[in-house]
Design a protein around this ligand. Sequence first.
Ligand code: SF4
Length: 308
Amino acid sequence: MRTDGKMLKVVLFTGYACNNNCVFCIDADKRALPEKTTAQLLQEILKARNKGAEILEIIGGEATIRPDFDRLVAAAKKLGIPQVTCATNGRVFADPAAAARIVASGIDSVIFSVHGPDAAVHDALTCSPGSFVQLKKGLRNLRALGFGAIGGNTTVVKSNLAALPRLAEFYIKNRVANVEYIFVDPNYGGARNNFKALVPRISRAAPQMRRALALGRAAGLGQWKARYVPLCHFRGCLDQISETNERELFLTEHWAPDFKNADAIGSRAVVGRRKTARCRGCGLFAQCEGIWVEYLKHYGDSELKAVK
Ligand code: SF4
């Protein structure tokens, strides 16, 4: 634990290669960058441990497609990093042998990215036919291995808005206790390149996100969260906002092939998101990060409403 009481979380990017091709991907313009080598990653894992990292999140692109993925996890666990996790599109876990190998490496939890409740919605967003079927197989394989620490995240875009309640039912049915509904980031990558096609108005997205959170609460899953949202649209569920939670708990560093960020949470609030003149006097000003800078360029700030 650090002196400020926060846990150090290192997000270790292996590279940007991926077996999906999600339309909104923040890394859409980075696919051709070279992957880190195994030696480089093992060195970084050691460095993370020596810095006192309590959580190591290994991500890509899609980190699980690397042949050395389980070796990296095993190395982190052997070094004593308490929590090793990965965000994944889940497809590799469809192979029972790969799922068993990764579980045996000692990974503590995995977060499945699910962008729709069925193949029609999910595969249209991943641009990868069969990706939803594989993801479901991956979930089943992990459950069959007795591995229960499975979270979920969903990027909220125009085309899956209507399906969010059905997706919530999917998570409930699959007993996914920790889910994040992430309002798409248009500052970089696919959503920046195709803003109009992908990015919904927050006033359209928020009710559906709130509906999904309410379904989770009704099923006893009150720890589901919304991420990257202006708080005036989430007044009824302020205890379910990822940013508030993570600011209190973590200092997060990002170690990517092309950049290093020693305070990913702080810099997102300062550079990536913005509050505007409409926020003046808002009772939630201190805890709110506002909305994406790129969003304001396209849609303006008329949907922001200072909370009394
Ligand atoms: S008005 Fe501004 S500060 Fe207040 S909740 Fe909305 S976005 Fe946040």
